[in-house]
Unconditional design. Sequence first.
Length: 359
Amino acid sequence: MDRILVVDDTPDNLALIEIILEDEGYELILVSSGAEALAEVDRLPPDLILLDIMMPEMNGYEVTRRVRQNSKLPYIPILLLTAHQTSDVVEGLESGADDFVRKPVDVDELAARVRSLLRLKHSIDEREQLALQRQDFIAHLTHDLRTPLVAADKMLKLFQQEAFCPISPDMHQAISAMIRSNYHLMQIVDTLLEVQCYEAGAKTLTFIPCNLREIVEEVVQELKHLAEGKGLTLTIEPSTQPESTPVKVLGDYLELRRMLTNLVGNAIKFTEEGSIEIGITAPPPGDRIVLIVRDTGAGLSPQELERMFQRFHKGTHQQSGSGLGLHLVSRIVQAHKGTIKVDSQPNCGSAFTIYLPAY
């Protein structure tokens, strides 16, 4: 049964609305002030709020604003009761209301607008439920996938070490290829799990002062062999400041490292010749740190630039992966109250610039 909260400081109006809606099978909660309405919403959120604008102490606009500002509440449609003035309607909609009914109330119009907003409420609730089910499915799927992949990795390495029996050079090569493929699958699963945690609001970050320059140096050292294997140079751009000068941000060390590893790894993957350079600028105190990853790779078209941070968006390059890496990068940047932008043209390389608050 749908619960409708009716708010009006005039008892006759409450009685009239009750008469109009009682035959529709709704559960009606009648209150006479904005304060009572907010208390009822906190106690048990209704499926719809039918709200008079002109009330003493707290008018309908303020009630609407407070409901919309409460991020813990589910979506609740708000239907305003208003006079004929256009300004009432405009201010009400700007406050966050969904629809309005003019006084004197028309019985059929009120009933129709209530049904319409309840249909919207049910549709949104169903969509959110499906989203939660999808997130739960992905969480279980990634966990179930990772377990056998880890076991396979350990077993393949034992074969490679000839723990069970001697193997031929050809078998060594085949097992090495299997280990690389298995590692790639584990990376995809781990990225999917991380994205799911961010999407579900379940990601826990530990913010500590981090020296971004040290993170850059660690990532370069880790990925340098991949770049050299393709004949590329991976370097850190010279800084105007001494290398011993820390470039500090308040962030989660592991997530910042993951963010930079994804960006540099992508640059190596999509660059066939030339170089990848990482630049870092330490600003004056209180300003933003600028981190840039430049490559001389294939570049991106304007159409790809518009969608590149979307989840599961795969580029047109033949080596494009799952479409999750850059989406995860954007979520990490957002979690650190930063911004990211991309400058790129086809066949002219790309430059990813991240702005983070300095510590």
